[in-house]
Design a protein around this ligand. Structure first.
Ligand SMILES: Cc1cc2nc3c(=O)[nH]c(=O)nc-3n(C[C@H](O)[C@H](O)[C@H](O)COP(=O)(O)O)c2cc1C
Length: 305
Protein backbone atom coordinates (compact mmCIF):
# COMPACT_ATOMS: atom_id res chain seq x y z
CA UNK A 1 0.00 0.00 0.00
CA UNK A 2 1.20 3.51 -0.81
CA UNK A 3 0.87 5.93 2.11
CA UNK A 4 0.85 9.70 1.64
CA UNK A 5 1.36 12.20 4.47
CA UNK A 6 -1.41 14.77 3.82
CA UNK A 7 -0.38 18.37 3.25
CA UNK A 8 -1.42 20.56 6.19
CA UNK A 9 -0.73 24.23 5.81
CA UNK A 10 0.95 25.75 8.87
CA UNK A 11 1.90 22.32 10.26
CA UNK A 12 3.65 19.97 7.80
CA UNK A 13 6.63 22.11 6.86
CA UNK A 14 10.03 20.86 5.69
CA UNK A 15 11.33 20.45 9.22
CA UNK A 16 8.42 18.22 10.20
CA UNK A 17 8.71 16.21 6.98
CA UNK A 18 12.46 15.60 7.32
CA UNK A 19 12.34 14.77 11.03
CA UNK A 20 9.41 12.43 10.44
CA UNK A 21 11.15 10.69 7.56
CA UNK A 22 14.38 10.26 9.53
CA UNK A 23 12.89 9.14 12.84
CA UNK A 24 9.63 7.36 12.13
CA UNK A 25 9.19 6.74 8.41
CA UNK A 26 6.55 4.55 6.80
CA UNK A 27 5.55 7.31 4.36
CA UNK A 28 6.02 6.99 0.61
CA UNK A 29 5.11 10.54 -0.39
CA UNK A 30 4.81 13.76 1.62
CA UNK A 31 2.26 16.27 0.28
CA UNK A 32 3.38 19.91 0.35
CA UNK A 33 0.85 22.56 1.42
CA UNK A 34 -0.53 24.51 -1.53
CA UNK A 35 1.07 27.37 -3.40
CA UNK A 36 -1.59 30.00 -4.02
CA UNK A 37 -0.76 30.95 -7.60
CA UNK A 38 -0.97 34.57 -8.78
CA UNK A 39 -0.56 36.11 -12.24
CA UNK A 40 3.12 36.91 -11.50
CA UNK A 41 3.70 33.38 -10.21
CA UNK A 42 5.72 34.89 -7.36
CA UNK A 43 5.74 32.65 -4.32
CA UNK A 44 5.77 33.78 -0.70
CA UNK A 45 8.97 33.31 1.31
CA UNK A 46 7.35 30.36 3.06
CA UNK A 47 6.23 28.74 -0.19
CA UNK A 48 9.69 29.18 -1.78
CA UNK A 49 11.42 27.66 1.22
CA UNK A 50 8.94 24.82 1.49
CA UNK A 51 9.42 23.65 -2.09
CA UNK A 52 13.23 24.12 -2.18
CA UNK A 53 14.88 20.76 -2.99
CA UNK A 54 17.13 20.96 0.11
CA UNK A 55 14.04 21.30 2.30
CA UNK A 56 12.85 17.90 1.04
CA UNK A 57 16.17 16.11 0.69
CA UNK A 58 15.98 12.35 1.06
CA UNK A 59 12.20 12.10 0.81
CA UNK A 60 9.62 12.11 -1.98
CA UNK A 61 7.50 15.24 -1.91
CA UNK A 62 4.50 16.34 -3.95
CA UNK A 63 4.11 20.09 -4.50
CA UNK A 64 0.56 21.43 -4.79
CA UNK A 65 -1.05 24.40 -6.52
CA UNK A 66 -4.25 26.30 -5.83
CA UNK A 67 -5.50 28.03 -8.98
CA UNK A 68 -8.26 28.07 -11.57
CA UNK A 69 -6.09 29.60 -14.26
CA UNK A 70 -4.69 27.09 -16.79
CA UNK A 71 -1.79 29.29 -17.94
CA UNK A 72 -0.69 29.84 -14.33
CA UNK A 73 -0.86 26.14 -13.61
CA UNK A 74 1.15 25.20 -16.71
CA UNK A 75 3.80 27.86 -15.98
CA UNK A 76 4.03 26.65 -12.37
CA UNK A 77 4.46 23.05 -13.61
CA UNK A 78 7.51 24.22 -15.60
CA UNK A 79 9.01 25.46 -12.32
CA UNK A 80 8.09 22.22 -10.56
CA UNK A 81 9.93 20.31 -13.28
CA UNK A 82 12.97 22.61 -12.96
CA UNK A 83 12.99 22.11 -9.17
CA UNK A 84 13.32 18.38 -9.91
CA UNK A 85 9.94 17.04 -8.78
CA UNK A 86 8.43 14.03 -10.54
CA UNK A 87 4.76 14.99 -10.11
CA UNK A 88 2.60 17.90 -8.94
CA UNK A 89 -0.88 18.16 -7.49
CA UNK A 90 -3.89 20.39 -8.13
CA UNK A 91 -5.95 21.39 -5.10
CA UNK A 92 -9.71 20.95 -5.61
CA UNK A 93 -10.28 20.27 -1.93
CA UNK A 94 -9.64 23.43 0.09
CA UNK A 95 -12.97 24.37 1.77
CA UNK A 96 -11.92 27.75 3.18
CA UNK A 97 -14.53 30.39 2.26
CA UNK A 98 -11.81 32.91 1.32
CA UNK A 99 -10.62 30.38 -1.29
CA UNK A 100 -13.96 28.95 -2.48
CA UNK A 101 -15.63 32.33 -2.94
CA UNK A 102 -13.06 33.00 -5.67
CA UNK A 103 -13.93 29.67 -7.31
CA UNK A 104 -10.65 28.06 -6.32
CA UNK A 105 -9.97 24.87 -4.35
CA UNK A 106 -13.22 23.02 -3.79
CA UNK A 107 -15.04 26.15 -5.03
CA UNK A 108 -14.49 24.80 -8.56
CA UNK A 109 -16.60 21.74 -7.70
CA UNK A 110 -19.77 23.81 -7.91
CA UNK A 111 -18.90 25.06 -11.40
CA UNK A 112 -18.37 21.84 -13.34
CA UNK A 113 -18.50 23.46 -16.82
CA UNK A 114 -15.76 25.90 -15.71
CA UNK A 115 -13.77 23.02 -14.19
CA UNK A 116 -14.05 21.10 -17.48
CA UNK A 117 -12.92 24.17 -19.49
CA UNK A 118 -9.97 24.66 -17.14
CA UNK A 119 -8.86 21.02 -17.37
CA UNK A 120 -9.35 20.93 -21.17
CA UNK A 121 -6.87 23.79 -21.47
CA UNK A 122 -4.44 22.32 -18.94
CA UNK A 123 -4.32 18.95 -20.70
CA UNK A 124 -4.39 20.36 -24.25
CA UNK A 125 -0.62 19.97 -24.58
CA UNK A 126 1.86 17.56 -22.96
CA UNK A 127 2.69 18.70 -19.41
CA UNK A 128 6.26 19.09 -18.12
CA UNK A 129 5.45 16.78 -15.17
CA UNK A 130 2.46 14.51 -14.53
CA UNK A 131 -0.40 16.18 -12.71
CA UNK A 132 -2.47 14.64 -9.91
CA UNK A 133 -5.50 16.11 -8.17
CA UNK A 134 -6.93 16.19 -4.65
CA UNK A 135 -10.69 16.58 -4.51
CA UNK A 136 -13.71 16.47 -2.26
CA UNK A 137 -16.84 14.54 -3.25
CA UNK A 138 -19.11 17.55 -3.70
CA UNK A 139 -19.67 21.12 -2.66
CA UNK A 140 -23.09 20.94 -1.00
CA UNK A 141 -24.04 17.25 -1.10
CA UNK A 142 -22.42 13.83 -1.64
CA UNK A 143 -24.95 13.25 -4.45
CA UNK A 144 -22.76 15.52 -6.59
CA UNK A 145 -19.97 12.94 -6.62
CA UNK A 146 -20.98 10.80 -9.64
CA UNK A 147 -20.79 13.88 -11.92
CA UNK A 148 -17.47 15.04 -10.43
CA UNK A 149 -16.10 11.50 -10.71
CA UNK A 150 -17.13 11.23 -14.37
CA UNK A 151 -15.53 14.58 -15.10
CA UNK A 152 -12.21 13.82 -13.38
CA UNK A 153 -12.08 10.34 -14.96
CA UNK A 154 -11.93 11.95 -18.40
CA UNK A 155 -8.42 13.38 -17.80
CA UNK A 156 -5.05 11.61 -17.48
CA UNK A 157 -4.34 12.48 -13.83
CA UNK A 158 -1.38 10.62 -12.32
CA UNK A 159 -3.59 9.88 -9.31
CA UNK A 160 -6.75 11.25 -7.72
CA UNK A 161 -6.92 11.75 -3.96
CA UNK A 162 -10.49 11.67 -2.69
CA UNK A 163 -11.26 13.34 0.66
CA UNK A 164 -14.59 11.66 1.28
CA UNK A 165 -16.41 14.77 2.48
CA UNK A 166 -18.16 17.71 0.84
CA UNK A 167 -16.99 21.30 1.15
CA UNK A 168 -19.87 22.03 3.51
CA UNK A 169 -18.72 19.20 5.78
CA UNK A 170 -15.29 20.85 6.18
CA UNK A 171 -13.21 18.46 8.37
CA UNK A 172 -15.63 16.86 10.80
CA UNK A 173 -18.84 14.87 10.99
CA UNK A 174 -19.55 11.81 8.92
CA UNK A 175 -17.44 10.57 6.05
CA UNK A 176 -18.68 8.90 2.85
CA UNK A 177 -16.47 5.88 2.08
CA UNK A 178 -19.13 4.71 -0.40
CA UNK A 179 -17.94 7.57 -2.65
CA UNK A 180 -14.47 6.00 -2.75
CA UNK A 181 -16.02 2.61 -3.39
CA UNK A 182 -17.84 4.08 -6.40
CA UNK A 183 -14.55 5.52 -7.71
CA UNK A 184 -12.96 2.06 -7.45
CA UNK A 185 -15.91 0.33 -9.13
CA UNK A 186 -15.94 2.85 -11.96
CA UNK A 187 -12.24 2.30 -12.61
CA UNK A 188 -10.92 5.76 -11.66
CA UNK A 189 -7.17 5.40 -12.32
CA UNK A 190 -4.94 5.41 -9.21
CA UNK A 191 -7.42 6.56 -6.57
CA UNK A 192 -6.05 7.54 -3.14
CA UNK A 193 -8.42 7.36 -0.15
CA UNK A 194 -8.39 10.26 2.32
CA UNK A 195 -10.45 10.95 5.45
CA UNK A 196 -10.35 10.06 9.15
CA UNK A 197 -7.82 7.21 9.17
CA UNK A 198 -6.65 7.31 12.81
CA UNK A 199 -5.56 3.72 13.54
CA UNK A 200 -4.36 0.58 11.71
CA UNK A 201 -7.85 -0.82 12.44
CA UNK A 202 -9.38 2.06 10.45
CA UNK A 203 -7.21 1.06 7.49
CA UNK A 204 -8.19 -2.60 7.86
CA UNK A 205 -11.86 -1.58 7.95
CA UNK A 206 -11.35 0.50 4.80
CA UNK A 207 -9.71 -2.45 3.03
CA UNK A 208 -12.59 -4.71 4.07
CA UNK A 209 -15.09 -2.22 2.75
CA UNK A 210 -13.15 -1.14 -0.38
CA UNK A 211 -10.87 -4.14 -1.17
CA UNK A 212 -9.29 -2.52 -4.25
CA UNK A 213 -7.73 0.30 -2.17
CA UNK A 214 -4.04 0.61 -3.01
CA UNK A 215 -3.19 4.04 -1.62
CA UNK A 216 -4.24 6.17 1.34
CA UNK A 217 -3.48 9.70 2.46
CA UNK A 218 -3.38 10.44 6.19
CA UNK A 219 -3.27 13.82 7.90
CA UNK A 220 -4.52 14.30 11.45
CA UNK A 221 -4.01 10.63 12.29
CA UNK A 222 -0.27 11.14 11.79
CA UNK A 223 -0.27 14.28 13.93
CA UNK A 224 -1.88 12.31 16.77
CA UNK A 225 0.35 9.25 16.23
CA UNK A 226 3.50 9.97 14.21
CA UNK A 227 4.24 6.20 14.01
CA UNK A 228 0.84 5.44 12.45
CA UNK A 229 2.20 4.68 8.96
CA UNK A 230 4.80 2.34 10.45
CA UNK A 231 2.08 0.60 12.48
CA UNK A 232 -0.11 0.24 9.39
CA UNK A 233 2.82 -1.61 7.81
CA UNK A 234 2.97 -3.97 10.79
CA UNK A 235 5.74 -2.14 12.69
CA UNK A 236 5.80 -1.14 16.36
CA UNK A 237 4.08 1.79 18.03
CA UNK A 238 6.33 4.71 18.97
CA UNK A 239 8.06 4.24 22.31
CA UNK A 240 8.12 7.12 24.81
CA UNK A 241 11.79 7.55 23.98
CA UNK A 242 11.01 7.88 20.28
CA UNK A 243 8.27 10.39 21.00
CA UNK A 244 10.64 12.44 23.16
CA UNK A 245 13.22 12.41 20.37
CA UNK A 246 10.54 13.33 17.79
CA UNK A 247 9.20 16.33 19.72
CA UNK A 248 12.66 17.50 20.78
CA UNK A 249 14.05 17.33 17.23
CA UNK A 250 11.02 19.21 15.89
CA UNK A 251 11.31 21.88 18.57
CA UNK A 252 15.03 22.31 17.91
CA UNK A 253 14.41 22.53 14.17
CA UNK A 254 11.70 25.16 14.64
CA UNK A 255 13.69 27.08 17.29
CA UNK A 256 16.61 27.33 14.85
CA UNK A 257 14.26 28.82 12.23
CA UNK A 258 11.79 30.90 14.26
CA UNK A 259 11.75 32.83 17.54
CA UNK A 260 11.72 30.41 20.52
CA UNK A 261 8.18 31.49 21.51
CA UNK A 262 6.94 30.72 18.00
CA UNK A 263 8.72 27.35 18.05
CA UNK A 264 7.11 26.57 21.41
CA UNK A 265 3.70 27.64 20.08
CA UNK A 266 4.10 25.32 17.10
CA UNK A 267 5.11 22.35 19.20
CA UNK A 268 2.18 22.92 21.56
CA UNK A 269 -0.22 23.08 18.63
CA UNK A 270 1.17 19.80 17.31
CA UNK A 271 1.07 18.12 20.72
CA UNK A 272 -2.58 18.99 21.15
CA UNK A 273 -3.40 16.27 18.60
CA UNK A 274 -2.36 13.29 20.76
CA UNK A 275 -3.99 15.00 23.77
CA UNK A 276 -7.19 15.55 21.77
CA UNK A 277 -9.77 14.31 24.29
CA UNK A 278 -7.75 14.77 27.47
CA UNK A 279 -8.65 18.17 28.92
CA UNK A 280 -6.32 18.06 32.00
CA UNK A 281 -3.43 17.03 29.77
CA UNK A 282 -4.22 19.85 27.34
CA UNK A 283 -4.29 22.31 30.25
CA UNK A 284 -0.85 21.14 31.42
CA UNK A 285 0.43 21.48 27.88
CA UNK A 286 -0.89 25.02 27.55
CA UNK A 287 0.81 26.02 30.81
CA UNK A 288 4.19 24.47 29.93
CA UNK A 289 6.98 27.04 29.65
CA UNK A 290 9.52 24.99 27.73
CA UNK A 291 9.89 21.89 25.59
CA UNK A 292 10.57 19.67 28.62
CA UNK A 293 7.31 20.81 30.22
CA UNK A 294 5.48 20.13 26.95
CA UNK A 295 6.91 16.64 26.67
CA UNK A 296 6.09 15.87 30.30
CA UNK A 297 2.50 17.02 29.67
CA UNK A 298 2.11 15.08 26.41
CA UNK A 299 3.63 11.87 27.76
CA UNK A 300 1.64 12.06 30.95
CA UNK A 301 4.61 13.07 33.09
CA UNK A 302 6.33 9.71 32.64
CA UNK A 303 9.96 9.96 33.71
CA UNK A 304 12.67 9.88 31.06
CA UNK A 305 14.14 6.38 30.57
C1 LIG B 1 -4.63 22.63 9.32
C2 LIG B 1 -4.89 21.94 8.02
C3 LIG B 1 -4.28 22.42 6.85
C4 LIG B 1 -4.52 21.77 5.62
N1 LIG B 1 -3.86 22.21 4.48
C5 LIG B 1 -4.06 21.56 3.30
C6 LIG B 1 -3.34 21.93 2.09
O1 LIG B 1 -2.51 22.83 2.06
N2 LIG B 1 -3.61 21.22 0.97
C7 LIG B 1 -4.53 20.18 0.94
O2 LIG B 1 -4.73 19.57 -0.11
N3 LIG B 1 -5.19 19.81 2.05
C8 LIG B 1 -4.97 20.45 3.22
N4 LIG B 1 -5.62 20.03 4.34
C9 LIG B 1 -6.50 18.83 4.27
C10 LIG B 1 -5.70 17.55 4.61
O3 LIG B 1 -4.67 17.36 3.65
C11 LIG B 1 -6.62 16.30 4.62
O4 LIG B 1 -7.25 16.20 3.36
C12 LIG B 1 -7.70 16.39 5.70
O5 LIG B 1 -7.14 16.75 6.95
C13 LIG B 1 -8.45 15.05 5.82
O6 LIG B 1 -7.54 14.01 6.10
P1 LIG B 1 -7.36 13.41 7.61
O7 LIG B 1 -8.74 13.06 8.11
O8 LIG B 1 -6.46 12.23 7.43
O9 LIG B 1 -6.76 14.53 8.42
C14 LIG B 1 -5.40 20.66 5.57
C15 LIG B 1 -6.02 20.21 6.75
C16 LIG B 1 -5.77 20.82 7.96
C17 LIG B 1 -6.46 20.27 9.20
Amino acid sequence: MTIYFAPMEGITDGILRRVHHQLLGGIDIYGLPFHKLTHTLSLTTREKRDVAPEENRGLTALPQALTRNPEQLIAWLQHVSAWGYACADLNLGCPSPTVTKRGRGSGLLRELPALRGFLDRVFAAPLPVPLSVKTRIGYERPEEWPDILALLSAYPFAHVTVHVRTTREQYSGGIHPEAFDLALRQGLPHPVYNGDLRTPEDVRALLARCPGTEAVMIGRGLLADPALARRIRGGPAASDEELRTWYTALYEGWAARFQPTIALGRIKKLMEWPCENNIPQKRLLRRAGDIEGCIAAALGGRPSK
